[in-house]
Write a protein that binds this ligand. Structure first.
Ligand code: 6GU
Length: 250
């Protein structure tokens, strides 16, 4: 997969060199290209924003630098053999970013992120590129960030760990909170490791029983309790057929 990020704060994307994404990059599973939007400004002050038409607070990012930057990034990517780009536009007014959308993005070969500062990007930029490539406006939650860069880090990490061979253990996706499957979109319950006793606190006996059926039942009960406490909406949204008699007793 190829990732491009166009930003006025390239240093904000430094974490892409670290941990899981950094390793995927070093292994060549992910090509990451971070670009400084100000490279496509031609005035003395490297201006990227201007006052909004119609008035109002804040500033709006100008068409010119974004258009020139995206033309260059698209041309360079195509030249290097990339294809089928998706423009991912972080914005609090976008479609909610979910695990389902992470899976969808992980299946695409080339993502171009356009994190904005100020009040956002002049609408004509995305209207223009939507005629040429897939444009997806995405929000990472119901709160407002000062800019889209942190959202790019969030989306990239959620997507990268889904790429084949990036996580050590392919099974690790299976029981992810929100993943379909045995846990049917429930939140994950508690986990434990050695030592078996710490500050007078023991591991739940069932986990030491070696009884796989009982362990699976216990994990599911814990997931149900946790989901009911933190995200009752997830239980209401589940297909009732996903629950058995024992679930209903929990
Ligand atoms: Cl993607 N961008 C900004 N600026 N704020 C947000 C967001 C994105 N998602 C939630 N809040």
């Amino acid at each position: 997969m190829r990732l491009d990020v166009v930003t006025i704060f390239p240093e904000y994307l430094e974490p892409l060199n670290v941990s899981l994404v950094g390793k995927a990059r070093a292994r060549g599973q992910l090509g990451v290209h971070v670009h400084d939007l100000r490279e496509w400004t031609y005035d003395r002050h490297n201006t990227v924003d201007d006052t909004p038409y119609g008035g109002g607070p804040g500033m709006v990012m100008k068409t010119g630098p974004w258009g020139d930057a995206l033309d260059t990034v698209l041309a360079d990517g195509y030249e290097s053999g990339a294809h089928a780009p998706t423009l991912v536009v972080p914005t609090p007014s976008g479609r909610p970013f979910t695990q389902e959308l992470a899976v969808e993005l992980s299946e695409r070969p080339w993502l171009i992120f356009t994190p904005a500062r100020y009040e956002g990007i002049d609408r004509r930029v995305m209207d223009e590129y939507a005629t040429r490539v897939d444009v997806l406006e995405v929000s990472i939650g119901d709160y407002v960030l000062a800019g889209g860069e942190a959202a790019v880090l969030v989306i990239t990490e959620a997507v990268a760990r889904l790429l084949p061979g990036v996580l050590g253990n392919a099974e690790s996706h299976r029981d992810d909170s929100f993943a379909p499957g045995a846990m049917a979109g429930l939140l994950e319950g508690p986990v434990y490791t050695k030592p078996p006793e710490w500050r007078g606190r023991d591991i739940p006996d069932v986990l030491l029983s070696g009884h796989h059926g009982r362990i699976a039942r216990w994990r599911r009960d814990e997931a149900l309790k946790r989901t009911a406490a933190h995200r009752p909406d997830l239980i209401e949204r589940c297909d009732p057929r996903a629950f058995d008699k024992k679930d209903r007793e929990t």
